[in-house]
Design a protein around this ligand. Structure first.
Ligand code: NAD
Length: 469
């Protein structure tokens, strides 16, 4: 049996980037050691990010749908929420998935080492195990996949009532009043969860709208709907100070109407994430990070040292699990001697709120900014039969096509299930489809997928069910 210290390839970090790299490298015949502090692979995404949040968002969706069924003549009583059972449901999903990854890792004969790794020389690292024991390990090649952690705000106290997403996902309680600081991915998702569970939630966002950077046409339906479940949405506003007093937190904010003070039971801070590049011994490798804290890499995800790769959240934006997973596989293939490059045309982004917001490739605003001449086709879901049967006419599907060729450069969708629908957009962009390809492909009726076909047809003013642009 191979011992850890003879490992050909060491992968540091077992999240969606690291475990994908380790699995692919093992499939390509490399001897692999995977190191992570948790008992099984999974990382932030599976243990305290994407997966537990989606389990909770699923429950939030059920609560919302039950309420809305009243409009179709079906009424349910107020939901009774058993937090212990909800935590157990979420924990069960996490346990099953991470346990499954452990099995997949063992089946591939990967040496899994539980602990934290720190590089000590160009081909050596030290692993500190859960009990504090230190082991030295030599390697021929390494992939750094240490991910990211929640950013903090200096003017907020370090206290259990001031939570980050990890603590909020543990569901310590349903606070009566919750202030979510940051209206990005995590802010809107967690605000939706806590509002559905019965908290009065306010979001405070520094910029003029939720999800800065996303297409405004897509964000608008989310803003309208989320305002219906929030106590307040404070835009262009920043938190200047916060003080914990007993079981409450008094916050001072400064916005368009000047300064005000309000008291909440808890705060949830979601103001971005910071790559985990400290305390991993980069200095022993002579690797320095760029101005944004990312490890510079080439197309194959090689750092300045040819035998060391970096992938996922430590290697640049977007900090998304699926981007990390693909980068991981590219780095693994490069480590196995293959000529590969990470050059996606479209990395989808999905915000799992109600409605979901999803996009890929070029947005209309990107096109304007970079001077690309585009034609945009839109299809409002008010014209979709399927959307109306679901009582959801607030969605929108958008196709951004190159004006001269009709080539699909970007797709955006807002509405229930947008996260699933966007996959077709990714395929269209990656395969260099023209809008006509989408418009002429027969989509099943009656489904929301028809909105993509109709938005593509709308690029040429040929949508059957929508005459606008
Ligand atoms: P984010 O960058 O998406 O949003 C942070 C928000 O906080 C921004 O809107 C920003 O304007 C605002 N902000 C910054 N400082 C502020 C302040 N002082 N007061 C008020 N608002 C402030 O970051 P996030 O929501 O923390 O998510 C982190 C990362 O995690 C994202 O970049 C994303 O890649 C990933 N993520 C993805 C998903 C998903 O794919 N569905 C879900 C959650 C997280």
């Amino acid at each position: 049996m191979a011992t850890a210290d003879q490992a050909q390839l060491v992968v540091v970090g077992g999240g969606p980037g690291g475990y994908a790299a380790a699995f692919h490298a093992a499939d390509l015949g490399l001897r692999v050691t995977l190191i992570d502090p948790e008992k099984n692979p999974g990382g932030v995404c599976l243990y305290r990010g994407c997966i537990p949040s989606k389990a909770l968002l699923h429950v939030a969706g059920v609560i919302a749908e039950a309420k809305e069924a009243a409009a179709a003549g079906v009424s349910f009583g107020a939901p009774k929420i058993d937090l212990d059972a909800l935590r157990a449901f979420k924990g069960g999903v996490v346990e099953r998935l991470t346990g499954g990854l452990g099995q997949l890792s063992r089946a591939r004969k990967i040496t899994y080492v539980q602990g934290r790794a720190r590089f000590t020389a160009a081909n050596t690292l030290e692993v500190t195990g859960p009990e504090g024991t230190k082991t030295s390990l030599d390697f021929a090649q390494a992939i750094i996949a240490t991910g990211s952690r929640a950013a903090t705000l200096r003017n907020l106290p370090d206290h259990e009532r001031v939570m980050n997403s990890r603590q909020a996902l543990d569901l310590p309680e349903v606070p009566k009043r919750l202030l979510v600081v940051g209206g990005g991915y995590i802010g809107v998702e967690m605000a939706s969860v806590y509002a559905a569970l019965g908290a009065r939630v306010t979001i405070v966002e520094l910029t003029g709208g939720l999800l800065p950077g996303a297409d405004r046409d897509l964000v608008k339906p989310l803003e309208i709907r989320i305002k219906g479940v929030l106590e307040a949405l404070w835009l262009n506003t920043k938190v200047t100070s916060a003080k914990v007093q007993g079981k409450t937190v008094t916050v001072e904010v400064e916005g368009p109407d000047g300064k005000k003070k309000e008291t909440f039971d808890r705060l949830l801070v979601a103001v971005g994430r910071v790559p985990n590049t400290k305390d991993i011994g980069l200095e022993a490798l002579g690797i320095t990070v760029d101005d944004h804290g990312f490890i510079p890499v080439d197309l194959a995800r090689r750092t300045k040292l040819a035998h060391i790769f970096a992938i996922g959240d430590v290697a640049g934006q977007p900090m998304l699990a699926h981007k990390a997973s693909h980068e991981g596989q590219v780095a693994a293939a490069a480590a196995a001697g293959k000529k590969v490059a990470f050059e996606p045309q479209a990395i989808p982004a999905v915000v799992f709120t109600d409605p979901e917001v999803a996009w890929c490739g070029l947005t209309e605003e990107d096109a304007k900014r970079s001077g690309v001449d585009v034609k945009v086709g839109k299809f409002p879901w008010a014209a979709s039969g399927r959307a109306l049967t679901m009582g959801r006419s607030d969605g929108l599907t958008k196709v951004v096509a190159e004006a001269a060729s009709g080539r699909v450069l970007g797709v955006g969708v807002v509405g229930p299930g947008a996260g699933e629908l966007i996959a077709e957009g990714v395929l269209a962009v990656e395969m260099a489809a023209v809008a006509e390809d989408l418009a002429l492909s027969i989509h099943p009726h009656p489904t929301l997928s028809e909105t993509l076909m109709e938005a593509a047809a709308s690029v040429f003013g040929k949508s059957l069910h929508y005459l606008g642009r």
